[in-house]
Design a protein. Sequence first.
Length: 536
Amino acid sequence: MTAPTMHLTKDTIYHILSHRTKEWDFKTLSSLPHPYTLKSCEQACAFLAQCIAKRQKILIVGDYDVDGVIASVVMMKFFKMIHYDRVEYVIPNRFNDGYGITPEIIKRHKSDVIITVDNGITAYEAAEYCLAHRIPLIITDHHLPKEQLPQAQFIINPQQPGCTFAQKEICGAMVAWYVCAGLRIALGKNNNLAPLLELVMLATIADMMPLTQINKCIVLYGLKSFQHSPFPPINKLKTQLKTRYPTATDISFSLTPLLNAAGRMGEGRIASEFLLLDSKQCDDIEQELEQGLQALLSLNLERKNTAKDVLESAHNAALIYDKAVIARGDTWHEGVLGIVAAQMAQHYKRPAFVLANNKHELKGSARSWDNADLMHILNGAQEILGEFGGHSKAAGLSMDNTAFHKFCIYLQNLSHLPTCEDTIDSAKLGRIQACDIDEDLFLLLQKFEPYGQANPRPILEALLTIHSVRKIKQIHQKFSFFETPLEGLCFFCDKNLAKGDRVYVNFVLQMDSFNNKPIMILQSLMKLESTIEYAI
């Protein structure tokens, strides 16, 4: 561990973080861009307003992950707001239906007009079916399109060519919310859609969107309104949090996995039906909420156990290259491959690809590491791959079994990793004087929340003297220090440290959920000998 030569102060930290966020224009909801700045949104909403006037039946086709589930819920809640009941939604089963809208889903659910949310940008077959059967198809999505777009009546996607929307990387639920906002204008309604952004906040965090610009504004609003949510299901979910003041990190660790587990295990509609529970429709809302939460908790436990088994097997099967890691298995549960890929990427510190046999092909998930752009990597192998799609941080892919060896050679020969256009600022800020580690520093860092993708939580370094050491559950250690009133917690720490030891630490600050005081989470610590100490 190398110590920096220059000390940070609170003023320099404020300057660094202010510079990081200075061009993020959207500070309030009123500053958000107009819905019609999304390409085709105005025309699609005018068309939908005509459909509603004619009392036509609308089908919403979502996706089984958190983003797709919440996008569907946002749409359904909006139609309930405007008292339109000629609408239904479908959450595909990942095992029976596969990903996104398909001709089979359209055949099973007769409708006059179809809206996709969080999917559809590569739904060529479904678009051709709709065209042949004269069913208007409106695709709303946020995934990267390929060179050719589906033949839909309207496509609303900030990533599509010619769209000048202020931020490209927003989640599918955000696109769905914007379509609802545009439709409200087209219908001449005045319903307040701001409360729905609380749901969009969950999807933004779950789908690993960069917490900058519009996304940061939405997450800040969502976290604030989270304290007094108007939605009973959200208040029920909040019982799973360990803090009264949740951050984006708390949401991503404690809540979004619960909602995601349903889709991963093939029961995505359990999550959507839970989120749609309404006290005005349920005679015993508390009982319904408790049953829904227990179902999600049960699915999440099943997901954890399954992911643990697959991860162990994937480590054993891993092929580790300089720029990527890949693993495949014959009996792996398809629903947990994304989780396993994320853990593999974290462990090997490079993009990870995890594939399972699905009938006569391999299907799986990829997760990025650092600032590597997955879609650029996959586009470079499009002649080898079957279907693939996603965004820079997460993607799904398939290939013929016989193509696996070719794809491995492609990954092995990667000389460099393409990176996203928006460079992520380094999380490590540098060394701070021990006397500056206090509650005021925590409050300063709080001003730049939410931390997450593209706005990493600052990591600081300091030289400290241990005052006391306490073991927690025999595997963690909690420290107090002479120089600062804040305690430090180091998880899975087996170091033999005692009072008076000098240590050099990397840490982040967060609120301790037990006593509601700031605490240092020690990511690393090194005991210093006198010779090293003088060098620092």
